[in-house]
Design a protein around this ligand. Structure first.
Ligand code: CU
Length: 201
């Protein structure tokens, strides 16, 4: 009897430990800006996590060219993600980027293609790149390639929500079109975390 009770208790403990291990919370926060036009479209992501390697996602994501705009304006992807650049306009669009995080060796021109067609590219280098179209100089969007699947882009009011982050100690990084990169340590509990960040010009 005692043996059964003891093994039941151990089983319960094991289940509890598994539950805690498997639990994940959201990092919810707000970015406040100083000297920037807007707190919208700022990428917020977790930096490299020691001992964790994230495989390239099997699913590709779409960056649309619609009404002479890149949609979304800022696309954040995990390293290794394939991005489908789709032309939804009745005019030809070109897509190129002059550098990734200032590295001109990572410049690339995908060419020009008509409505309804797409061209794909796998982003294996970390960093932010400005996406341009040589047919329409007013078009500009951004790709931000990050090391973890834990990222978000801020809403108009600067709020963001990074979903399903396992408990732990991390470094939170921001990337923005106009501001300096920001980093801030964050402790995520099983219930998640709440953070405030300031991005300066
Ligand atoms: Cu264009």
């Amino acid at each position: 009897m005692r043996g059964i009770l003891k093994s039941s208790a151990i089983t319960l403990l094991a289940i509890f430990a598994l539950t805690v291990e498997g639990r994940a919370g959201d990092i919810k926060g707000k970015v406040t800006v100083q000297g920037l036009k807007s707190a919208e479209n700022i990428a917020v992501y977790l930096d490299t996590i020691a001992g964790k390697d994230f495989p390239a996602p099997a699913q590709s994501v779409t960056m649309d060219q619609k009404s002479l705009k890149f949609v979304p304006h800022v696309l954040v992807v995990l390293k290794g993600t394939t991005v489908d650049f789709l032309n939804s306009d009745p005019v030809g669009h070109n897509v190129y980027w002059p550098s990734i995080s200032g590295n001109k060796k990572l410049a690339h021109n995908l060419g020009t293609w008509p409505q309804g067609q797409k061209k794909s590219f796998q982003f294996n280098d970390l960093g932010g790149g400005r996406l341009l179209c040589n047919v329409h100089p007013e078009m500009a969007g951004y790709i931000v390639v990050v090391p973890t699947p834990y990222f978000a882009v801020t809403e108009k009011d600067g709020t963001f929500d990074i979903k399903d982050v396992p408990p732990g100690h991390y470094m939170l990084i921001t990337w923005s079109e106009e501001g300096k990169p920001t980093s801030q340590a964050v402790d995520v509990a099983a219930t998640g975390a709440s953070v405030n960040l300031t991005v300066k010009k």
